[in-house]
Design a protein around this ligand. Structure first.
Ligand code: B1M
Length: 211
């Protein structure tokens, strides 16, 4: 079994310490951080997701797998993020109201930081008002909304509507993403950009902030 498969297997079993050790070992063995993320950690999380769907695992197993994912990401973080770069701009990011999923949002934050963006992380279950307050207080150029649930994705429209009501819609760029989000949905709710994954989100943000 390759070390990346081992990472995936141990993540599925929720072995946080083993995952962290294996990620470090893979780095020491010169595996690329992006490969460790995609073919080890995210591959394991995908399998858990499928099993969750078919009721082969339940919320507790998913939570401990998520904890193992986070411990692996913590080891990878310094290798994904370039430090000491002058910020090219400011982004407020959060998972929308009603939605607790924050792993994808955290990855987007990491990748943004890796591009030299200053990130105001509002966390999960973030109301439209909280996004708006962050814009007012922090002067962010981009508002980035994540959602993993079909039942919460429409909350993204509420965020945009609030900015419109306040007369500030055109002063900020809206980026949306998350598993159920599509380019069509992005257009339908009046957002500016959809990004399929964290790396694309970071590339797009860099383009927006430096153009
Ligand atoms: Co949840 N869950 N969950 N869950 N969970 C999903 C999302 C689900 C698809 C599982 C399934 O049925 N197969 C399903 C949603 C179905 C739907 O709506 N269509 C689901 C459900 C139903 C639920 C509950 C309702 C279950 C219940 O209680 N009955 C419940 C809801 C709780 C709530 O939020 N109110 C729930 C709870 C949970 C846990 C708490 C147990 C846990 C979350 C822990 C945490 O995040 N701290 C959890 C998890 C872990 C998952 C799965 C297994 C994994 C999600 C994940 O982290 N993926 C997930 C199944 C799956 O996705 N395979 C599932 C890895 C992550 C890196 O991917 O977040 O997609 P993702 O991020 C990607 C891209 O989407 C993108 O970049 C990332 C990769 O580069 N991206 C962006 C994300 N945000 C972006 C923003 C951007 C741009 C790109 O710009 C702003």
């Amino acid at each position: 079994m390759s070390i990346l498969q081992e990472i995936s297997e141990n993540l599925q079993k929720g072995k946080a310490n083993v995952v962290a050790e294996l990620v470090q070992k893979a780095l020491d063995d010169s595996h690329k951080p992006e490969d460790i993320l995609n073919d080890g950690l995210l591959a394991g999380m995908d399998i858990i997701g499928e099993k969750f769907k078919t009721n082969d695992v339940y919320v507790p197993e998913v939570l401990i797998a998520a904890r193992a994912m986070n411990s692996g990401v913590a080891v990878l973080k310094p290798h994904l993020v370039k430090s000491g770069v002058k910020p090219i701009g400011k982004v407020a990011i959060g998972t929308v109201k009603g939605d607790q999923h924050d792993i994808g949002k955290n990855l987007v934050r990491l990748m943004l930081e890796g591009k030299g963006v200053e990130v105001i992380d509002l966390g999960a279950n973030v109301s439209a008002e909280k996004f708006y307050d962050a814009y007012k207080q922090e002067g962010v150029q981009i508002v980035a909304c994540s959602s993993l649930l079909t039942t919460t994705m429409n909350e993204m429209k509420n965020v945009i509507d609030l900015f419109t009501e306040k007369g500030d819609r055109e002063k900020v760029v809206f980026m949306v993403g998350g598993a159920p989000i599509t380019e069509n949905f992005c257009k339908a709710i009046g957002a500016d950009y959809y990004a399929e994954d964290a790396a694309t989100a970071a590339d797009l943000a860099k383009q927006i902030l430096t153009s």
